[in-house]
Design a binder for this molecule. Structure first.
Ligand SMILES: [Zn+2]
Length: 85
């Protein structure tokens, strides 16, 4: 696959995620980063590590991640952490 940023060929591999809580959230617009919440897109294992299938561009260091689907439990936790509207 070609890099969407610079057009060079991307290299397949894995990104390792580790730490206390390796959750990742998505914010569609820069302004939304000021608001608590965000969309949970990755729910890591506590005190553990995980390997995420990825593509990496060695030219510009762009990385494409293939995150696993969220389990229903993680989605419920996301709803609980949303601030009241
Ligand atoms: Zn690139």
């Amino acid at each position: 696959m070609k890099c969407p940023k610079c057009g060079e060929e991307m290299e397949p591999g894995f990104m390792m995620v580790e730490g206390y809580s390796a959750n990742a959230k998505w914010y569609g617009k820069e302004e939304e980063r000021l608001i608590l919440g965000g969309e949970l897109i990755y729910h890591g294992k506590m005190w553990d590590m995980d390997w995420i299938e990825s593509l990496r561009c060695r030219n510009c260091n762009a990385v494409t991640l293939f995150l696993p689907r969220l389990k229903a439990k993680a989605v419920k936790e996301k709803v609980k952490t949303r601030p009241p509207i």
